[in-house]
Design a protein around this ligand. Structure first.
Ligand code: PLP
Length: 384
């Protein structure tokens, strides 16, 4: 049996998405910037995709800008707003994806940006009072806080954060890469400034994504050299990818509730089975909280420092794809910055399982069986 439980890293392409892309890979190969009929056909596919995505997120089409994925979308939102508005201070946490953290660090080096990292608790939650305090002292700061953490499943209350930011005229960017398509997102109701999506996290093609930019927010172009994406991102568009991205989001949003129920049940099943067979198990961050965490992610915490990597390797041999991470850095960059950020015990190993609509209860049972087999109840790895 081969079981894929690494859906937070990437998801398999939906066959309906592939069908939506194929015409633009086979016959409709025009350059969307060309004015002849081949070009117009490609342009029309892009604008249709933009309209679809805007409709699904209650945004207007002019607020959606296509990018080559989540990392680029995060970089565009962060770097362009900091440069365009001469922002001198940003607020975030140590638990953000590197697409955010490294981009902010780059702006620290290049533009002397001052960055405040909010405290997070064991679950990875921020204290909203601390955010209010920081912004009261420094209104107009750039705030970047993700909707859901890709490693430990903690969810930030982005609607509340958006209100706090708005009250102090602080632009708010939320990395919604892990929640896009998995949770209802209403841009108009949320009233934030930027959010980001990545096609391959919801059964779309890799290397596709978008940034939503609230129409009240004006920023300078990100990539120079062409008038594409209304001058904001030069370069010939990935027409097939954009068509696939829109189709993938359409399916994800339309079938969201059914997928949420299915995946939440898989996660609850895994927690229950693992708890029954491994006495010393716990779950990193908020991921063991079935009600309130990102339902697609479960991050196991197991005793013994080697267990994480050895278990991953053994799981792979047993046909199970998961991902790892340990809080232990051993003086190098090895290990998860998120687990370090929540002060996870460096002596324990971590394995992240992440689920999709294609996973089945049988696959979960198989994975639990293998984890229990490889990690017998009550027996520490170093003793076996
Ligand atoms: N942000 C988060 C929270 C992610 O989980 C990821 C991907 O793992 C990214 C950004 C980057 O997205 P992409 O792979 O499309 O560049």
């Amino acid at each position: 049996m081969r079981v894929y439980l690494d859906n937070a890293a990437t998801t398999p392409l939906d066959s309906a998405v592939l069908d939506a892309m194929l015409p633009y890979l086979r016959n409709n190969y025009g350059n969307p910037s060309s004015i002849h009929s081949h070009g117009r056909e490609a342009r029309s596919a892009i604008e249709k995709a933009r309209k679809t995505i805007a409709g699904l997120l209650n945004a207007s089409p002019g607020e959606i800008f296509f990018t080559a994925g989540g990392t680029e979308a995060d970089n565009m939102a962060i770097s362009c707003s900091i440069a365009s508005h001469n922002i001198t201070h940003a607020v975030t946490t140590q638990l953000e994806h590197h697409a955010v953290l490294h981009c902010l660090q780059h702006n620290q080096q290049q533009r002397n940006l001052d960055v405040t990292y909010l405290h997070t608790n064991k679950q990875g939650l921020i204290d909203l009072a601390e955010l209010e305090e920081v912004l009261a002292k420094r209104p107009g700061s750039f705030v970047s806080l993700m909707h859901a953490n890709n490693e430990v499943a903690t969810m930030n209350p982005i609607a509340r954060i958006a209100e706090i930011c708005k009250a102090t005229n602080s632009p708010f960017h939320s990395d919604t890469v892990q929640t896009m398509g998995h949770y209802p997102i209403d841009c108009t109701a949320l009233s934030l400034d930027f959010l980001t999506g990545s096609g391959h996290k919801f059964h779309g093609p890799k290397g596709t994504g978008f940034v939503y930019i609230n129409s009240r927010m004006k920023i300078h172009p990100f990539i120079h050299g062409g008038a594409q994406e209304r001058n904001m991102r030069g370069g010939t568009e990935n027409v097939a990818g954009i068509a696939g991205l829109a189709k993938a989001l359409e399916i994800a949003v339309t079938e969201q509730e059914a997928h949420r129920r299915h995946i939440t049940a898989l996660k609850a099943r895994m927690i229950e089975r693992l708890k029954a067979s491994i006495e010393e198990i716990s779950f990193n961050g908020d991921s063991g909280n079935v009600e309130n965490s990102l339902y697609t992610v479960l991050n196991l915490s197991l005793p013994a420092s080697e267990v994480g990597d050895m278990l991953l390797f053994s799981l792979d041999i047993a046909g199970i794809s998961a991902s790892g991470g340990s809080a232990c850095s051993s003086g190098s960059e090895i290990g998860s910055h998120v687990l370090r950020g929540i002060n996870a015990d460096p002596a324990r190993g971590a394995v992240r399982f992440s689920f999709s609509k294609y996973n089945t209860p049988d696959e979960i049972d198989y994975a639990c069986e293998k984890v229990a087999e490889l990690y017998p109840a009550g027996v520490r790895l170093e003793q076996v």
